[in-house]
Design a protein around this ligand. Structure first.
Ligand SMILES: C[S@@+](CC[C@H](N)C(=O)[O-])C[C@H]1O[C@@H](n2cnc3c(N)ncnc32)[C@H](O)[C@@H]1O
Length: 309
């Protein structure tokens, strides 16, 4: 639920496109929709978030900001020539979502800005196009046309690689429990522009669902995806990518549950695969087969469905 706290002011310069409204998110707004969560690690006392643009936004940026704000159930606050500090004071918030020609970024005082970027997927796709292999794809035995459920979307790098490999006839759905993260990543997947056409196409094909994967899995028919993939957060410290580290503040740190793994085995047609650090023993706990690759900082492990190798 969104509360409008003070009144609006039409900005004629933008053909009435932007209505300047200050909206404060009532806490329950983030919590009431299905199983989407407000990031649990974020400090108490956040008063809300506003959506605005960079200084002197172009029309495309204004459109993008309006679209993002509407997804969040908010409206865009006119930036005028205020600094972010001034905006925070004026509207009594800490978190500001700033949309610019480069995309959307979340600005929180004292923290690095968070923004979507393709992270490791860009060079992994380049390598695949050169004919190299990708350990995750091999562990998952991905074929063109496969349908993949990435149950821990995060920044979406793995999902982008899946999407590239499954191709236009395949399907990749990414589940993310944290609402703001899911919205920013979905927005990035739709807007990020790249000279690498393959990367861009792979990003555009991904479908994002915000929810807890256990609940989403429970609602899915048996054998409805070829592969279900888990890359839970508690292994973050061993993930070499600094890109994903930026997600930590917003992410759900819960360990993978046995219920989710069992549901995944019902939903998958071919394999359930998980990723953990090289010291991790999650695969033993769940009876998965480790798929080791020399020199890797991570271990993929899998459970074959209906057969086994
Ligand atoms: C390590 S990150 C995944 C990184 C991702 N594979 C990538 O390539 O960017 C784990 C993500 O899963 C999300 N997550 C954790 N538990 C979840 C759950 N039960 N349901 C949905 N998402 C979950 C976290 O919020 C976090 O964004």
């Amino acid at each position: 639920m969104v509360q409008i706290l003070f009144d609006r002011q039409i900005n004629p310069a933008y053909n009435n496109m932007i209505v300047t409204v200050y909206v404060k998110i009532v806490e329950s707004f983030f919590l009431n929709s299905s199983s989407c969560q407000k990031g649990r690690r974020r400090k108490e006392g956040n008063k809300g978030v506003i959506v605005t643009t960079g200084l002197e936004p172009g029309e495309e940026t204004l459109r993008h900001a309006a679209e993002l704000a509407s997804t969040l159930g908010l409206q865009v606050v006119n930036r005028r020539d205020f600094s972010l500090g001034q905006m925070r004071k004026r509207y009594g918030v800490e978190e500001v979502l700033v949309v610019s020609a480069l995309g959307a970024r979340l600005e929180v005082p004292g923290k690095k800005p968070f923004f979507f970027h393709p992270n490791t997927s860009a060079f992994r796709i380049k390598r695949l196009m050169r004919g190299d292999t990708d350990t995750m794809l091999v562990a998952c035995q991905i074929q063109p046309g496969d349908e993949v459920l990435d149950a821990t979307l995060g920044l979406g790098a793995d999902a982008i690689v899946f999407s590239h490999a499954t191709g236009a006839n395949g399907k990749v759905v990414g589940i993310e429990s944290e609402r703001l993260l899911a919205i920013l990543v979905e927005d990035g997947l739709r807007h990020w522009s790249s000279d690498a056409e393959e990367l861009e196409q792979a990003m555009r094909r991904i479908e994002v669902r915000c929810g807890n994967h256990l609940e989403v899995l429970r609602g899915l028919p048996a054998r409805s995806f070829d592969v279900v993939y888990f890359d839970p957060m508690f292994e973050i410290t061993v993930q070499s990518s600094s890109g994903i580290a930026g997600v930590r503040e917003l992410a759900n740190p819960d360990a993978l549950s046995e219920e989710a793994v069992l549901e995944a085995q019902r939903v998958a047609r071919k394999r359930v695969v998980m990723k953990e650090g090289k010291e991790g023993r999650m695969y033993e706990r769940f009876g998965f087969t480790p798929f080791r690759s020399r020199g890797q900082q991570v271990v993929y492990s899998y459970k074959e469905i209906g057969g086994g190798e």
